[in-house]
Design a protein around this ligand. Sequence first.
Ligand code: MF3
Ligand code: CO
Ligand code: CO
Length: 257
Amino acid sequence: MIYLKSDKQIDEMKLAGGLAAKTLDMIAEHVKPGITTQQLNELCHNFTIKHNAICAPLKYKGFPKSICTSINDVVCHGIPSSKTKLKDGDIINIDVTPIVNGYHGDTSRMFLVGQPSREAKKLVEITQQCLELGIEAVKIGGRTGDIGAAIQQHAEKHKYSVVREFVGHGIGKKFHEDPQIMHYGKPGTGKPFEPGMVFTIEPMINIGHWKTKIKKDRWTAVTIDGSLSAQFEHTIAIRSNGQVEILTVSENYIPTN
Ligand code: MF3
Ligand code: CO
Ligand code: CO
């Protein structure tokens, strides 16, 4: 069941979205060779708490940390660890989800550590474009499948593959709600877009095969063939007048004091 949100509720969700974006702005300068993913976790956690917000991932279905840190062939849900140090040439996705006044704001970006290969940088660039094209596909009159179709077409044009096991999702008072947003598929399929829908788009794009496997920690998803994977995520809302708005932008951040 899809919980539609009023314009007032969407305004409230912008506070969580803005804080999520600001958290990634804050962490950017810390993403350097030598820092551990546990240190990144602590910086984001403390930033969130300081803003009277809660880290949704922490203890969510047993997830042990406050953010997800997914390096190189890790597709998503990488667990921060004091044993994992960033090294020159890595690409890392940092995924944050603060809860503000009960509402979730979910966003992730890729960061380059030192000087990654041209191949890695191109994957990151095309994946960002995939998210942008997915967002542009959201229009009253269309359907959720239009998002996946736009993303798949762009990824495959560059000989990349789209991960199928993880999807975007409705979001609000709950972290994951209906509808599911697939990042591949056919235009004109899926749920019709409606005013009041709030959902994430979060394509995961691989250089090699789209298949993933889960590591023994029961969370970390890696590419089946060890190829590099990238992901970007935004939380999107459709206003009562049909306008599409990205909630997870820094402009929505309101300083607390
Ligand atoms: N932030 C992730 C998403 O985009 C979900 C992480 S679930 C966790 O949906 F438990 F790993 F935190
Ligand atoms: Co999400
Ligand atoms: Co996320």
